[in-house]
Structure formats: C-alpha cells, structure tokens
Ligand binder design. Sequence first.
Ligand code: PEP
Ligand code: MN
Length: 359
Amino acid sequence: MLIAGPCSAESPQQFSESIQGILPAQPDLIRAGIWKPRTKPGQFEGLGVSALGWTHEIAQQLGVPLMVEVGSAEHVEQVLEAGIRHVWIGARTTVNPFMVQEIATALEGSAIAVLVKNPVSPDIELWSGAIERLSKAGIKQLGAVHRGFTGYGRTLYRNHPSWEIPIELRRRYPDMLILCDPSHISGDRLLVPEVAQMALDLEFDGLMVESHVSPDSALSDAKQQLTPQALLDMLARLVHRNLQSTDGVVNARLEQLRAQIDGVDAQIISLLQERMMLVDDIGSVKEEFDITILQHERWTEILKTRQSWATQLNPDFVRQMLFLIHQESIDRQAERFRHARASELLDEVRHIQKKAFNF
Ligand code: PEP
Ligand code: MN
C-alpha cells in the first residue's frame, strides 16, 4: 500500500502539482496536512479548514482518495462535513489519551478509515491503547503507522525507528494494516530509501511517504520530502523480497529477530555512552575535590548488586562485562586526571620559562 503526498497542503497549485507527479506510482491514497502540529509556535500551522474543500476536490479529480490528519473532535466534524473518508491521528495526538478519546467519540458511527501513528514516546501501550479506543468506537478500517520515536540529543534519525516496537505491535495485531512512514523517521531525504527498504524487509504492509513538488521551499518538513521523481525512483529500486517460499518465512523470522537485536544493541550502546558521560561527570567532581578515582567499597557494591540483578545471565559473563565497564570508567577518569596534571605541568614550565627568559 502506498500513501504519498506533501507534508502540508500549501496552495492548490503546490498540492495538485505534487500529486500529479506521483500518480504514475498509483498511490492508494493521497496525504496532505491541513492542520499542522508544530513543535514551536510561529511556524506554518497549515491552511486549516479553508483548504479541506479544494484539496478534496483536486484529489477527486485526480481519482485518488484524500487522507488528512485530525487532532481534535472539531477537525473530525469538519473533515466529515467535507466528505473526506480517510484520516490519520498524528504522533503528538496519540500520546494523549484525552485527545484520542475525543476523536474516537467524534468518529463513532462513521464509516471512516483511520490510521494511528505511534506516539512520540516509545510506549507500545499508549499506541495500542489508542488503537483500542478507536476500535471500541466502532472503527472497522483501522491501521497503524510507524513514524519513529523522539530521542534526546542529536541522532542519525529525526525519530528513532526502534523497530522492536512495531514488531511487537504486529505480534499483538497480526491482521491489522501496519505501514511505515520513512519520511518522519529519517528527517532527511537521503535516508528515506534505506528506511523504506528496512520496512519492506520487516513485512510492513506499505509506506506513507512525503513528497512535494519543490521540497526545498516546503513550508513544513522541507528536508525530508522527496520530489515526485525521487519518490518514483525510490519505489522502482525498492526490493520486494519473496515471502512465498518456506525459506522466505524462515528468513523473515530471522530478520525480525535481528532487527530486534539491532534495536536492543542500539539501546545498550546508547546506555553505555550515557554511563560513560556520568563517569566523566564524577571524574570532574573527584578532580575538583581531590578524591581518589578508585573506591573499593563502591566497586564491591557494584559487583554484588549487578550480579544479583542479572538472574538470567551466566555469572562469569556478568563479572567479565562489569570488569570491562569498570576498567574503562577508571581509564577515562585517569585520562582526565593526567590531562589536568599535564596542563598544570605545562603551566609550571611556562611560568619558569617566563621567569628565566623574561618573556
Ligand atoms: C505528518 O505526517 O506530517 C506529521 C505531522 O506526522 P507525525 O505526527 O508523525 O509527526
Ligand atoms: Mn510532515
């Protein structure tokens, strides 16, 4: 399944040119943001209700149904009144059960298709909770869109994919449509194809991709939107792996497990980095207050507690791992002390030189 279109509808010309360019890919639905949830105020927040009529009309003329984002009961009412039959709930809305319930209640009794984007936080319960609220409101055509999760600091992706989460969603809802939005995961158009390929390899049912006739001048998400031609090129290059053979099933299972391992490893690495940053902070406190690097009591306590936590692991492995981590922590602090000592020495040398040679 392919849903494509601009992040936002900006003008009839921008919208219709963007859509015309992607028609050769035969999208199942056209997407366009009418109300844009922006992180900071003062940015383009979408054209609002006045754009519903003409976007719907242009989409109808081009023969592809339109899908828009709704973030409140009022949006739902306006969308229904405009005759639009496909909506998605954005990541910043899914995170809020009050809003999801309000939308679900407003949708009750309407034959409308709803896609629920994952919440910005990596919380599967919040995601499936939103899906349940819509299901309880009688929504039959219900699916999910994986668009990645907010991380802290600078990372490769705008939103971390944490593939293990949509994989768990699939396990819970084996028959539900689950799409991937590689645009919001990537945040950078260069990364979109590889994320899209990963999604296909993980058996997602399709893609939601942002495409704009002139991405660099887009009023929202300029960096991640593809030109219609780039979208067509990407789609032509994506490899659709064969899932029919017995081997294919085994391979798909392997790929799922590996993706989960990738996700866990990424977490391990990021936690180790976080630990080492804390080690550095402790190092600077010790340095400032002349405290020794190695504290035996603390080290004994670390060994004891960590080993008792690791009930499912081989004790030998745990001890070795802790030794390695501890050693690296000491090395980092010692390095820091050496630097401090070295620059002190250098200052002394300079001082002596200054006095001796009078410069
Ligand atoms: C969007 O699709 O343009 C959008 C705002 O997405 P998300 O809710 O995933 O951030
Ligand atoms: Mn967007």
